[in-house]
Design a protein around this ligand. Structure first.
Ligand SMILES: N[C@@H](CCC(=O)N[C@@H](CS)C(=O)NCC(=O)O)C(=O)O
Length: 200
């Protein structure tokens, strides 16, 4: 059996959540990281012209949430009950919405500041409230980590690391269940080992 995850050469976003899911699941995989020149060559051959893409025994799937669902179902990182699994899927789609809705593209710095402040007070606040209600603690389903926790972790971590201009990390101070989830994912032995390996 061979499994390869292809993504850009950085530790964030959709690629990171898939790498972490495969790592926690204990799947041996090739972490194929590509640079700009390779990307221009590769893009036209990809199913949806975007990354990540997972190749498993000669078959390929695109879209990070599809990849996470596949890993989760096969490796006990999602509930077996179909309704409960659909609730996790909803959380994952919520993270994708958050990625897609953040304003900024095509705006001047001043416009971006205004748009992001409004976004933080409106859409992002609703997202964080919904997530907090859903989290049993420390993970979404209590003590059992799921692939959906990894999506919440990766997106929140980006905000906590000041990844989004005009939305300070302190925004999440009002949502301790979300920051506790981030801390719990960081403390997971496989995640800690992943970050240690990235420092080498
Ligand atoms: N719906 C896709 C979105 C994939 C996507 O937009 N990936 C970004 C990187 S995170 C990408 O490949 N951007 C380059 C491009 O689309 O040209 C998913 O869930 O994986």
């Amino acid at each position: 059996m061979s499994t390869t995850l292809t993504y850009f050469d950085f530790d964030g976003s959709r690629g990171l959540e898939c790498r972490l899911a495969l790592t926690i699941a204990g799947v041996e995989f090739t972490d194929h990281r590509i640079g700009r020149a390779q990307w221009m060559e590769l893009k036209p051959s990809l199913p949806y012209g975007a990354l990540p893409v997972l190749e498993h025994d000669g078959n390929r799937i695109a879209h990070c949430t599809a990849i996470l669902n596949w890993v989760g179902r096969n490796h006990g990182l999602l509930p077996t009950d179909s309704w409960a699994a659909a609730e996790h899927d909803a959380v994952m789609h919520g993270v994708e919405d958050l990625r897609n809705k953040i304003p900024g593209r095509g705006l001047s710095d001043e416009e971006k500041k205004t748009a992001r402040e409004e976004f933080a007070a409106g859409w992002l606040t609703r997202w964080a409230e919904t997530g907090s209600e859903r989290i049993q603690g420390p993970f979404l389903d209590g003590d059992a980590i799921a692939v959906s926790d990894l999506k919440v972790y990766v997106i929140t971590r980006a905000y906590l690391n000041d990844g989004y201009d005009h939305i300070p990390a302190s925004f999440f101070d009002a949502y301790p269940k979300i920051t506790a989830l981030v801390a719990a994912v960081d403390a997971h032995p496989a995640v800690a080992a992943y970050w240690a390996s990235r420092k080498d």
